[in-house]
Design a protein around this ligand. Structure first.
Ligand SMILES: [Zn+2]
Length: 483
């Protein structure tokens, strides 16, 4: 009825917890802290789940992302169901009695990743070349996207599969034709996150978008918490396709919000001057009315009143001036940078400043990573922000620890999930990934992983999102991230 930790000269009792006595041994010469944490965590597990009797699993790895560089290999994680019990150097972590063991001596462990901006309902289209004509590209999507429920569900199911193949543990997905089907399919696939139902509401489409919001609110009223916490949100598509009134209607629902913002210079021209390719597009769709006026503003300034009052995920923000950094730092916005998609479309353009994600992080603006749609990606077999991390590391040499925070905690927090579930630390987690590296190579294992292109292996999970995860301070409240 007790858990005892025993070393050569040390013994402690962690309290009555299970029908059996569990004894953990630690070498007397080593710190007892890792073993103590096992006892403490086992106590909690058995107390909360008395019927649970599967033994914990010991995972050995060459390195663990985010651990101090001084830690010696091999590293060890003991995990029981979806809960990490302890993390440390293998020679200080006692193997759990009767437990299984996974050996990945030449792998780096990463937590499950968060893709904060994807379009899973376009997955069936696969990667596509970009010919330099954004309007033609939009026409390609309009012609090729699935419009019937069965076809939408098939595309999202494929997207969930490719996201899982990329080690994704949560996702912010855009439901592109205003349907609940992508979110319901995401739920059925067990992939946590938010399904942002997309709105197109400008000119003659404004009233349609307002009705769409009413229907969504009615359809999701009284929803009970789901085992996989896929919640519905709203995504006014962009400032060139949604009026400020449509943004306000979406914000007033209290649903999670996302949008595409400051993605192209054509968008800036449209919002400032009511002209350019996007005006021509609205005219060709029969949506233009003279009520659409030039604002004289940059799109970020245009949305500033909303951003000050509502948390919002802002996809892209490729064109951002210095005063916008101050503005965004005062809001609860999270920028979602999709670096491969930006490069695919050629943004920011060559005569503009490079993307300012590092300046944003320094100012305390959370920057998550997203993939955008598979059309923009060079990885047909997976949809993963792991490859966004690799892209940024290879291009900018951004510190791996910063990239990891962008690919996990920043996204989780923006999607209303507990960031700690996307770390490798004691407590509930969504899963663990292993990526190979060469132990004979003197370079840092994480840097090696970011230079390679191997797919991740789930060595634990993916688990259902742990409802007992506790919320803690968000990346924003922790202050600026120094890239
Ligand atoms: Zn997008």
């Amino acid at each position: 009825m007790v858990v005892r930790l025993m070393t050569g000269s040390y013994c402690t009792t962690a309290g009555p917890v299970s029908p059996a006595t569990i004894v953990c041994y630690a070498k007397p010469s080593r710190s007892v802290e890792p073993a103590l944490s096992v006892v403490s965590a086992l106590s909690q597990v058995f107390h909360e789940h008395p019927a649970m009797n599967e033994p914990p699993t010991l995972i050995l790895a060459g390195a663990i992302a985010g651990r101090p560089e001084t830690d010696r290999p091999p590293q060890a994680v003991i995990i029981h169901e979806n809960r990490i019990l302890t993390v440390g150097c293998a020679d200080e972590v006692p193997p759990p009695p009767g437990g299984s063991r996974i050996d990945r001596h030449d792998h780096l462990l990463l937590p499950a990743l968060v893709n904060a901006h994807a379009h899973l309902d376009l997955t069936h289209l696969g990667p596509q070349p970009y010919q330099g004509d954004f309007r033609a590209w939009i026409d390609l999507i309009r012609a090729g996207r699935a419009n019937e429920d069965d076809a939408i569900a098939d595309s999202v199911r494929l997207g969930v599969k490719l996201a899982r193949a990329g080690g994704i543990g949560a996702i912010g997905d855009i439901a592109g034709i205003g349907s609940l089907m992508p979110g319901l399919t995401q739920r059925a696939g067990g992939l946590p996150g938010v399904s942002f139902v997309e709105l197109f509401g400008i000119g003659r489409a404004e009233s349609t978008a307002a009705q769409q919001v009413e229907r969504l609110v009615a359809a999701t009223a009284g929803e009970r918490p789901d085992p996989t916490p896929v919640t519905f949100g709203l995504q006014p598509h962009a400032p060139y396709s949604c009026s400020l009134a449509t943004y306000r209607i979406a914000a007033e629902t209290g649903f999670p919000l996302a949008t595409h913002l400051a993605e192209t210079r054509s968008e800036i021209d449209f919002v400032q001057n009511a002209r350019g390719p996007f005006r021509e597009m609205l005219e060709s769709f029969g949506l233009w009315t003279d009520r659409i006026r030039a604002t004289g503003q940059h799109p970020i300034d245009h949305l500033a009143p909303l951003l000050r009052g509502h948390a919002m995920l802002l996809a892209h923000v490729n064109y951002c001036e210095t005063h916008h950094l101050d503005l965004l730092a005062e809001t609860k916005a999270t920028v979602v940078y999709c670096p491969r998609a930006s490069a695919y479309f050629g943004h920011p353009e060559k005569d503009a400043a490079p993307h300012r994600y590092r300046d944003m992080l320094k100012r305390g603006i959370p920057v998550a990573l997203g993939t955008d749609s598979i059309l923009c990606l060079n990885t047909p077999d997976r949809i993963s922000v792991l490859d966004e991390m690799r892209f940024l590391y290879q291009r900018d040499r951004t510190a791996p620890a910063v990239l990891l925070q962008m690919a996990t905690q920043c996204g989780a927090d923006a999607l209303g999930l507990s960031p700690s579930c996307f770390t490798i630390a004691p407590g509930p987690v969504v899963g663990l990934l292993a990526l190979p590296f060469d132990p004979a190579d003197p370079r840092d294992p994480f840097e090696q992983v970011l230079e390679r292109d191997d797919p991740p292996e789930w060595v634990a999970g993916p688990f259902p999102y742990p409802h007992d995860s506790t919320s803690e301070s968000s990346p924003r409240s922790q202050g600026a991230i120094a890239p």
